[in-house]
Design a binder for this molecule. Structure first.
Ligand code: GTP
Ligand code: MG
Length: 442
């Protein structure tokens, strides 16, 4: 019966055996095939220039590639740092290079520089993210993908001769795990030789004490180990840029001409421009590309995938399974969704209960108010009733008195009509009636 599952394969791989070939087979042409394929495909190289406005970034790029890239001057009034990428197709012999130069426009021009590094970090991350998204696609086209990941950051240091600014240290610290940083002292012709020597030592000391990791030229490849080791000791390179050609002896050289003399860009006694070009372009360009992929991008990719819940293996060193991780994530997502649903339902029930209680309370208050008003009304009614009774009694008493007076008046009139001749007596009686009248009527 055929074995199923992992038991089918033995975990211990057989040791490869060395055999000698009887004649020429031809796989020794693999490196040539690789070169030929790479040349056909072309290369891309992306440089990020970080340094304050007017420090000489564009001039140095023009000097390095011996051409004129069309760049415009940055204004000193940018509200925040802005990244401006420009891509050029260059060709030297039969090698095609897609060169992207990214300028950090407005760097160092803001009053508050706390967040100056952020747009730069975000830009670098965005390029990593684009590459990761391409890698994660079902239909990938990495072969002709325009790789925009930053391979090197040239950090332009102002030639103050004093020390690094805190902006330099903070920015380089934020960038050092994301990109290969090569620090360079710009406009090195403005600083004297002895000052420059001290300045370089000071800068390196500050970078080390602040834990800033700059790019070290690799010394593991024998062919370039020696020169790279020597060059590492020259960092940071002090450079001068110029596209102006000046006649020195009978040769035209790129230089900066001053009333007191000429600074030759490619003269190693004058500045480190040649060292920079050698290290950046002629010796370590491929290493910079590779370090970007294997170190910086790898770190970004790992963090991103871990954030998404993917992990290599657990404690038992089980191999990573995309299917299992996906299932686990799906379950996690569904239970989270259920929990959220239950939470919302509970919230709704509570809200209804709360509203019900509030309404009941309002109803009770209204009822109490009604009862109170009712009591007040009854009291008022009772008082009015009492008043009415009193008035009625008064009216009755008045009527009775009125009737009595009328009766007396009519009696008096009757008596007067019976004895008309006895005038003196009548007068007496009349005054007597009037006294009765005045006594009876209040
Ligand atoms: P923005 O892109 O506007 O930020 O400027 P930038 O950093 O690209 O500087 P740019 O190359 O435009 O140079 C600004 C000025 O500095 C120009 O007048 C250059 O001639 C001068 N400059 C460039 N490189 C050097 C240098 O090595 N030494 C000296 N002394 N001046 C330089
Ligand atoms: Mg510029």
């Amino acid at each position: 019966m055929a074995a199923t599952g992992p038991e089918r394969f033995s975990s211990a791989e057989p040791e490869p055996r060395s055999l000698s070939l009887g004649g020429h087979v031809g796989f020794d042409s693999l490196p040539d095939q690789l070169v030929s394929k790479s040349v056909t495909q072309g290369f891309s190289f992306n440089i990020l220039c970080v340094g304050e406005t007017g420090i000489g970034k564009s001039t140095l790029m023009n000097t390095l590639f011996n051409t004129t890239f069309e760049t415009e001057e940055a204004s000193h009034h940018e509200e925040c740092v802005r990244l401006r990428p420009q891509t050029y197709d260059l060709q030297e012999s039969n090698v095609q290079l897609k060169l992207t130069i990214v300028d950090a426009v407005g760097f160092g021009d803001q009053i508050n520089k706390d967040e100056s590094y952020r747009p730069i970090v975000d830009y670098i991350d965005a390029q990593f993210e684009n590459y990761l998204q391409e890698e994660l696609k079902i239909r990938r086209s990495l072969f002709d993908y325009h790789d925009t990941r930053i391979h090197v950051c040239l950090y332009f240091i102002t030639p103050t001769g004093h020390s690094l600014k805190s902006l330099d240290l903070v920015t380089m610290k934020k960038l050092d795990s994301k990109v290969n940083i090569i620090p360079i002292i710009a406009k090195a012709d403005t600083i004297s030789k002895s000052e420059l020597h001290k300045f370089k030592i000071k800068i390196m000391g500050e970078l080390v004490s602040n834990g800033v990791q700059i790019y070290q030229f690799p010394t593991d490849d024998e062919a370039v180990a020696e020169i790279n080791a020597v060059m590492n000791a020259h960092l940071p390179f002090a450079v001068v840029g110029s596209t102006e050609e000046v006649k020195v002896g009978n040769k035209l050289v790129r230089a900066r001409q001053y009333p007191w003399g000429v600074v030759q860009v490619e003269n190693e006694n004058h500045c480190d421009f040649v060292k920079l070009r050698e290290m950046l372009i002629r010796v370590n360009m491929e290493d910079l590309r590779e370090q970007t992929h294997s170190r910086h991008y790898e770190l970004y990719r790992r963090c991103k995938l871990e954030e998404m819940g993917f992990q290599d293996s657990d404690g038992d060193s089980q191999p990573f399974s995309l299917q299992e991780t996906y299932e686990a994530k799906r379950k996690e997502f569904l239970s989270e969704l259920q929990r959220k649903e239950e939470e919302m339902r509970q919230m709704f029930v509570n809200k209804v209960k709360e509203t019900e209680l509030e309404l009941k309370e309002k109803e009770r208050e209204l009822h109490e108010k009604f009862e109170h008003l009712k009591r007040l009304h009854q009291e008022e009614k009772r008082k009015v009733e009492e008043k009415r009774r009193e008035l009625e009694e008064e009216t009755n008493a008045f009527n009775r008195r009125k009737a009595a007076v009328e009766a007396l008046q009519s009696q008096a009139l009757h008596a007067t009509s019976q004895q008309p001749l006895r005038k003196d007596k009548d007068k007496k009686k009349a005054s007597g009636w009037s006294s009765i009248y005045s006594v009876t009527i209040p």
